[in-house]
Design a protein around this ligand. Sequence first.
Ligand code: NAD
Ligand code: IPM
Ligand code: MN
Length: 358
Amino acid sequence: MPGKGTPGRQARLAVIGGDGIGPEVIAVAADVLAAASHRHGLDLALDWWDLSADRYLRDGVTITGDERDRLVRDYDGALLGALGDPRVPDNAHTRDILLGLRFYADLYVNFRPCKLLIPALSPLRDPDPATDIVFFRENTEGLYTGLGGRFKAGTSEEVATQESLNTYPGVERIVRAAFEHAAATGRGRVTMVDKANALVHEGALWRRVFAEVGAGFPDITQDAMYVDAMAMDLVRRPERYEVVVTSNLFGDILSDLGAQVTGGLGLAPSGNINPGSWALFEPVHGSAPDIAGRGIANPLAAVGCVALALEYLEMHEAAADVDECIAASLRDGVTTPDLGGSAKTTEVGDWMAARLRD
Ligand code: NAD
Ligand code: IPM
Ligand code: MN
C-alpha cells in the first residue's frame, strides 16, 4: 500500500466521527488504536474533530478553509466514520468534507482491499478461500469533480449535465500506483475496468495509459474489462482478480460489490491516500441511518481502517496485530448481527482492545 514514506513511532491523527453509525464505529476504532499504540510503544496523538451534519445544522458551516488547512498541515492523516444524514438531503456537508478533502489534499489513491477472511461470510455458494482483491479507485477526477450544471432547473424542460474529467497525469498516477502495489506485494494480475465500448473518449485514454504504464511491468498479467462484465465476473469468479484499477464512479460501485462478496460492508476499510503526503481512512460503508443509534453497527471496517492507517504510517507490526485481532474476532464469533453474531458494537471493541492489551 502506498505509505507515508518515513517510518517512525510517532504520529498525529484527526478523528472525525461524522454521522449516523460513524461516531459509534469510530469510537471503537480509536479504542483499538490506543490499545495497539500502547502495546507497541507508539506515540500516537488523536484529536477529535466535529465535522458532521449536526455541526452543519447547528452552525451552518460544513468545513472552513482554515479547518481544511489545519487538518492537512498539522496531522499525518485522519480517521473518518461516515458522512450522510437524512436531514441534509442534498449532501452538501458530505461533498465539502469528504470529497472536499479528497480534492484539496489530492488524495488520488482510493485503496480498497476486499479479502475473504472466512469463506462462510461470503454469500456465494462455494467461495474460493483465496479471494483477495485490492481496488485502486481513482479518487480526484472522473464524474466526481462537479463539472456540469443544470439549465431551466425545476421546470419541465430541465437539462442536467455531469461531465467526466480524465487527465493523462491523473490516470497515469493511479494506474502506476496499482502496478507498483502489485509488484511490491507479489500480485500477478492487474485488471483495468472501464466502459470503452460506449464511453469512447475516456476509454481511449485509460486504455492507452494502461498499456503504456503496463509495459514497464512485463511480469504482471494485464487485462482490460468492461465494467458490466466485471460486475458479473466479480460474482462468478472473484478469486481471479488481484489488483483492480478503475475510475472514480466505477470504483465506488465495484468496491461495494467486492465488499459484499467477501463478507459485507461491515468489514470493508478504505484509505484515501496522497502517497508521502496525507491520507484519510474511512470504512467503505456509509452512515447507515437504518441502524444508527442501536449499538449494532459492525465496527470491523473502522478497525480495518486503523490497520490501514498504521500500515500507511509504516508501523507495520502494530498494523499486523490489528489485522490479526479482526481475524480473531471473526474466528471466535465475537461479531455483530450483520455477521450472524450477537455482540454489540462496543462489545466487539472492548474484546479487541482487551486482546491487544493482554
Ligand atoms: P450504507 O453503507 O450506509 O448502508 C447500506 C446498508 O448496509 C444498510 O442496510 C446498512 O445498515 C448496512 N451497513 C452499512 N454499514 C454497516 C455496518 N458497519 N454494520 C452493519 N450494517 C452496515 O449506504 P446508504 O444507506 O446508501 O447510505 C447512507 C448514507 O451514507 C448516505 O447519506 C450516503 O451518502 C452516505 N455514505 C457515506 C459514505 C462515507 O462517508 N464514506 C459512504 C457511503 C455512503
Ligand atoms: C464512498 C461514498 C462516497 C463516494 C459518497 C458518500 C460521496 O460512497 O466513499 O464510497 O461516492 O465516494
Ligand atoms: Mn461508496
